[in-house]
Design a binder for this molecule. Sequence first.
Ligand SMILES: [Zn+2]
Length: 215
Amino acid sequence: MKTVEMKPKSRSISSPDNGRAASKLSEASFPELLHEVLLRIGEDPSRDGLQRTPERMEKALKFLTKGHSENPEEILRGAMFDVDYDEMVIVRDIEMFSLCEHHLLPFIGKVHVAYIPNGKVIGLSKLPRLVDVFARRLQVQERLTTQIAETIQKAINPQGVGVVVEARHLCMMMRGVEKQHSSAVTSSMLGCFRQEQETREEFLSLIRARTANGF
Ligand SMILES: [Zn+2]
């Protein structure tokens, strides 16, 4: 039986050696791959504390990215109600935990969601669920923000939607950028939140009132 050389002789993708190495990788189980990662960072995967770490990492990674296989529209289905109310609905300080797609390190923070209904509202408990669906993916904060806003816009066609995300990125905090206390703020404003300064300012001042002594 011929052994497969793991180190390809050529960098070309079409090289037969590379092809064999790739197929060998795809046959490896998830814990086997993570076992290899531990070796590559100079660890001893057989020592006590690490024995079940590849299995735990697999479980954690799958949980933290399960939003990829969840459908946000399905979550909102059955939770939309007809109402006469046409004032601002606002849910502040929704806890958010996500993974940055550049480093697979967490970014964590708070999401504030507001909209002005146009005949329909979303059950309040569904907004944190919606945040989770998009946060449990490999993300960038900007995209997370617009995906939440656009999904609400599409689901109930309100007069407008505003979403603000404030987050701290561990890839900045842990990797020596030394911006330990800075947080990134992103916003997405649709409809009347974009067109009317008064609406936007009402939303922003309601958020600020709380976050000045909080986050
Ligand atoms: Zn990052």
